[in-house]
Design a protein around this ligand. Structure first.
Ligand code: EPU
Length: 434
């Protein structure tokens, strides 16, 4: 296994480019199954989650080929409606194969995704949406079996206890585009990744109205054609580089950073003393005010609210901001696995229900820490950039699921970050961690 060694204290400066969005690209791979023709996806990030998805489609009978550094060709003319357990269990996002299989083949067998370290992640809303469209759904031996021979449009309400569901909305849309009649999806998720999915589906010939809103209307069509589609830039990755600049007091330009996708995040950053300006439609500049960081407050919510996928990284920033900051989770109330690791670096954080209360401004010190999930990994690396001394982050395979060439991009901004074999860790650390 590999680890990251970070030597903190360098101000980050320069320009960095955010890759294509992971959470847009994964459902787009699934959407390509809705046609029997070939589709081409461009600006796909180089991530282990994408490689898993490609493998799953291959196992299902599609021809899948990486034809360039960020381009994939998918020909799904012959596919079976069953997703393989061994691969699906490694990646929750494979649940978004459900909609396309139901839509195109009227049948789907998908292993029920398991639990996940960021919290309980049920799929009841996905299943309810399929049932509303006339599908029969059964759970047999851990596999969700869907029979949807008589799929038809209907009204669907996508909201749940924690608001709308992103991949659930994607599934409902992908099933509805080929379901005869009209489907209305109320309380639809309106994340930019859903808008990107709708853009690709329209390109394939789908009839969708209300894109980007909470009320989507779809008139089913008989078939869809293949298409060429460019994945939107990753807003979470872009914001993570903005946070890396802010936590080191640096000044960075993020290409692929779109202000229109980052409204709630930019508001919180501005309030805590970080200036974020649009340089163009697709580029932001980030600079910390001379008088340093002020404490911050954010509540995670579905889009356009503050993204849960930035909560952990923002917690790292709050550790450097003088005063009391509060971060409240409304999407995944127990997504705080980064907190005990930040405590090891000298952070002062207490957890009260679904909120973390951070007393910031005290120095962070490098330490060996353990990444528990994708965004927690990024948070620990950001903390390491701002800490005195060396931070060693273990289990960075979580990071590789969602950040394309993270250490290389940070190095380009002047950070001292290295990916090393675990055997390079000082043995005293190894003993502590084993
Ligand atoms: N929920 C239900 N029932 C459902 C589905 C969801 O109760 O049937 C609940 C969840 O437990 C959660 C909330 O609704 O409390 C929102 O979950 P959602 O379904 O929106 O999450 P998701 O679609 O599984 C996507 C991203 C996540 C991101 C969330 C929230 C992908 C592949 N994943 O997950 O990304 O955190 O939306 O924005 O798009 C990440 O990139 O690190 C990541 C975890």
């Amino acid at each position: 296994m590999e680890v990251f060694r970070i030597r903190g204290g360098r101000k980050l400066e320069g320009a960095v480019t955010a890759s294509g969005s992971k959470n847009a690209a994964l459902p787009l791979f699934a959407a390509s199954l809705l046609s029997s023709e070939e589709s081409i996806l461009e600006n796909v990030p180089d991530l282990s989650d994408i490689r898993f998805m490609a493998e799953i489609l291959l196992e299902m009978g599609a021809e899948v080929e990486k034809t360039g550094p960020t381009t994939w060709k998918i020909n799904p003319s012959q596919i079976v409606p069953c997703a393989p357990y061994e691969l699906v269990r490694k990646m929750r996002a494979s649940v978004c194969l459900l909609g396309p299989l139901v839509g195109r083949l009227g049948k789907a067998e998908i292993p029920m995704p398991g639990g996940c370290v960021i919290g309980n992640r049920p799929i009841d809303l996905h299943i309810r949406a399929m049932q509303r469209m006339g599908a029969e759904v059964e759970l047999k031996a851990g596999v969700v079996q869907v029979n949807a021979e008589n799929l038809r449009g209907n009204s669907i309400f996508m909201g749940g206890r924690h608001g709308s569901t992103v991949t659930g909305t994607a599934n409902a849309i992908m099933a509805a585009v080929l379901a005869p009649g009209k489907t209305t999806i109320d309380s639809a998720a309106c994340e930019p990744e859903i808008t990107d999915l709708c853009a690709m589906l329209r390109n394939m010939g789908a009839n969708i109205e209300g894109i980007g809103s909470h009320m989507i209307e779809i008139e089913g069509v008989e078939s869809l054609r293949g298409c060429r589609h460019r994945v939107i830039p990753d807003r979470i990755e872009a914001a993570t580089y903005a946070l890396a600049a802010a936590i080191t007091g640096g000044e960075v330009c993020v290409r692929g950073g779109r202000l229109d996708h980052l409204g709630a995040f930019v508001n919180v950053m501005n309030a805590c003393g970080v200036r974020i300006d649009a340089q163009s439609e697709n580029e932001i500049s980030v600079k910390t005010n001379e008088d340093g960081l002020r404490s911050l407050e954010a509540i995670t919510l579905p889009y356009p609210g503050f993204p849960t996928d930035l909560q952990a990284q923002t917690c790292a920033l709050a550790c450097k901001a003088k005063g009391l900051s509060i971060l409240t989770e409304r999407v995944y109330p127990s997504r705080f696995m980064h907190v005990p690791e930040l405590l090891r670096m000298g952070a002062e954080i207490s957890l009260e229900g679904a909120s973390s209360i951070i007393r910031g401004g005290t120095p962070l010190t490098g330490a060996p820490v353990m990444a528990s999930d994708l965004r927690a990994s990024a948070a620990l690396i950001l903390a390491g950039l701002a800490a005195e001394g060396e931070t060693w982050v273990q289990r960075i395979y979580h990071l590789d699921r969602g950040y394309d060439a993270f250490e290389k991009k940070l190095q380009g901004l002047g950070a001292e970050v290295e990916r090393l074999p675990e055997s390079e860790m000082p043995s005293a650390f190894g003993a502590q961690l084993s």
